[in-house]
Design a protein around this ligand. Structure first.
Ligand code: ZN
Ligand code: FE
Length: 256
């Protein structure tokens, strides 16, 4: 199975999985890069996965329908271009012979879902939309810090070698923020060096791995003493993980 990140807009990725004949894409905000990839590699579009309703994730769905030989899957609780197969937490779907479990991960949007591969011998895939970014997380447009903490905790509990397929190239700016939160965390600077080299070659910094994110992502580290202390210095009232996540998210919103 082949996995590609198709760049779209300024910093989106549309993930494409294909077996040499059939392809599925995740969150096609724009049809053009998908059409181009299908044509250049002679692939048939067998399905579309959607994580949430934002235009940069669904904007290309209707334009792709004439090419589509299979379903559009999306979260039951969101307004996705109709028709689509509505999915709820715990549902299982089969995509190009791979099995994925649907996880409700509210926070960025109220009905956001992620797709976690099951039954892989190694390196299962995770399509997590705008919930988890490398070294960061999505903005809280429709959810609460408590919801986002619970959603990120579900993703953090996946196997360490899980391939984290996020939908934006925010890694370097997220790592700058992560280093401000935890100046003493050497794993952050080490990963930043690797990511700078990738970006210098025009390559994505993704997919990441869950085990790595647990070491470098401040939003997955809300119970770490150094992260708690940094959040309290930014005004987190209590030291509990929800207050820490809320303070980190607000700090990140104004961090330049
Ligand atoms: Zn979004
Ligand atoms: Fe987005």
């Amino acid at each position: 199975m082949n996995l590609f990140a198709l760049p779209a807009f300024a910093d989106n990725y549309i993930w494409m999985l294909h077996d040499g004949t059939q392809a599925v894409v995740v969150d096609p905000g724009d049809a053009a890069p998908v059409v181009q990839a299908l044509q250049s590699q002679g692939l048939q579009l067998a399905g579309i996965l959607v994580t949430h309703h934002h235009a940069d994730h669904v904007g290309g769905v209707d334009e792709l329908r004439p090419l589509l030989h299979g379903p559009v899957w999306g979260p039951a609780g969101e307004r996705i271009p109709q028709p689509f197969e509505p999915l709820n937490d715990g549902d299982g779907i089969e995509v190009l012979g791979l099995r994925f479990r649907v996880l409700d991960v509210p926070g960025h949007t109220a009905g956001h879902v992620a797709y976690a591969q099951e039954g892989a011998a190694t390196a299962p895939l995770l399509f997590c939309g705008d919930t988890l970014f490398s070294a960061g997380c999505g903005r809280l447009f429709e959810g609460t810090p408590a919801q986002m903490l619970a959603s990120l905790s579900r993703l953090a509990a996946l196997p360490d070698d899980t391939r984290v397929c996020c939908t934006h190239e925010y890694t370097l700016s997220n790592l700058r923020f992560a280093a401000a939160v935890e100046p003493g965390n050497a794993a952050i600077e080490a990963h930043a060096a690797r990511c700078r080299a990738l970006r210098a070659q025009g390559l994505p910094t993704l997919p990441s791995r869950i085990g790595l994110e647990r070491r470098i992502n401040p939003f997955l580290r809300c119970a770490e003493p150094a992260v708690v202390a940094a959040a309290r210095a930014q005004g987190a009232g209590g030291g509990d993980p929800v207050a820490v996540l809320a303070a980190l998210r607000e700090w990140k919103n104004r961090y330049r």
